[in-house]
Design a protein around this ligand. Structure first.
Ligand SMILES: Cc1ncc(COP(=O)(O)O)c(C=O)c1O
Length: 377
């Protein structure tokens, strides 16, 4: 394929990157099919929104935004260290946990180094590897889970970063404490293992590992969490990594100055203190998952039991056609084709009302598509 003059100037490794596509926004849906209330269950957001305490904290500093933020996010780091009993000098805040993933790449990856992750991956892992000209070792997840035995076998001299999304996006599965312990025993010293716990707050499986304990023990491990999900602050972009002080020192070297906005810092500190709000979000998701399983069982639809605020299900029809039918009924989801599962969709858990709207729309959409699933099923 011939390249344009600008492409010839670019670093070749960037040319294979496909820009991230978030799916259709509510405004785009309305522009396409007219005025309709759109229920967005496509991006694993929190429909309860932020804690009122976060909102109040942001209001209180509205007139101070001419001042650059604290570049070290000192108050937020202190609050996180206390909340999670983690070393203060091992905590790094970022513009979403996305930015911490990127910092890990910048700190550790030379061209040709290897990054190991599950296939399908969370988009930021291959993106970071591509940007830095690292090699991708994508490990298939045939039963919707990370197979950590295969991960361990894939590690080579050149492996630097290993990403384990726990829970795993897009399927919602977890790896257990026993699996993680056995895996870490097999990881050599030249690798950093990253536990991406973006959905940590929604886990209720008692076999879930305490990955942070490995950080406390000084292992070469980083635990990533976010305020985008259970704290309802996705629009502010704030996440964090908890790791050893030694690793954190390297991340701070590549961190952009003033990376976390003043609004994000105060909202996150206030949100962290509002345990009740997080508990409300957690309850909504755990109850919502169970109710959705009941509806899917009734319709005879296969789903992957999830520990996150989304469920990956096999509707048995083309996921893009199903997306279109759901969209016409005012619901958006993520299509499974982007993850290599063309008949699956990933639906975020919303409020009970939103989930009723989803299951009603799903049933109608499947009938419209001539699926064997029958209304009233
Ligand atoms: C597995 C996983 N990791 C990280 C993130 C990034 O979250 P944020 O950058 O909003 O903190 C997400 C967001 O959807 C995710 O699904």
């Amino acid at each position: 394929m011939s390249s344009t003059p600008i492409e010839k100037l670019c670093r070749p490794c960037t040319l294979e990157i496909v820009p991230y596509s978030p799916g259709k926004s509510s405004a785009e849906v309305q522009a396409e099919i007219g005025p309709i209330e759109v229920t967005k269950l496509a991006s694993n957001e929190n429909p309860l929104g932020p804690s009122p305490r976060s909102v109040e904290a942001m209001r209180a500093i509205l007139e101070d935004v001419h001042i650059y933020p604290d570049p070290a996010s000192t108050d937020l780091v202190a609050a996180l260290a206390e909340r999670w009993n983690a070393p203060v000098d091992g905590i790094v805040c970022g513009r979403g946990s996305d930015e911490i993933i990127h910092m890990l790449g910048l700190a550790f990856l030379n061209p040709g180094d290897e990054v190991v992750y599950a296939d399908p991956p969370f988009a930021l892992y291959p993106l970071t590897a591509c940007e830095l000209d690292a090699n991708h070792i994508a490990i298939p997840a045939p039963d919707f889970r990370h197979n950590l035995d295969v991960f361990a076998e894939a590690i080579s001299e050149r492996t630097k970063l290993i990403f384990i999304a726990n829970p795993y996006n897009p399927t919602g599965t977890i790896n257990t404490a026993a699996e993680v312990a056995a895996f870490l025993d097999r990881v050599p010293d030249h690798c950093v293992v990253v536990f991406d716990e973006a959905y940590y707050e929604y886990v209720d499986d008692p076999s879930y590992p305490d990955a942070l304990e490995y950080v406390r023990q000084g292992r070469r491990v980083a635990v990533l969490r976010t305020f985008s999900k259970a704290y309802g602050l996705a629009g502010l972009r704030v996440g964090y990594g908890m790791t050893t002080p030694e690793i954190a020192r390297q991340l701070k070297r590549v961190m952009q100055p003033f990376n976390v906005s003043i609004m994000s810092q105060v909202a996150a500190v206030a949100g962290l203190a509002d345990r009740e709000h997080v508990e409300k979000s957690r309850r909504m998701v755990i109850d919502g998952r169970l109710r959705l399983y009941g509806e899917l069982d009734r319709l005879g639809i296969f789903y992957v039991p999830s520990q996150a605020n989304f469920v990956f299900l096999d509707a048995g029809v083309d996921s893009r056609a199903l997306f279109d039918q759901l969209m016409r009924r005012g619901v958006t989801v993520r299509t499974g084709d982007i993850f290599g599962y063309p008949t699956f969709i990933r639906v975020s858990i919303g409020t009970p009302e939103q989930m009723t709207k989803f299951t009603t729309a799903l049933e109608q959409a499947l009938v419209a598509l001539g699926s064997r699933i029958q209304a009233g099923g």
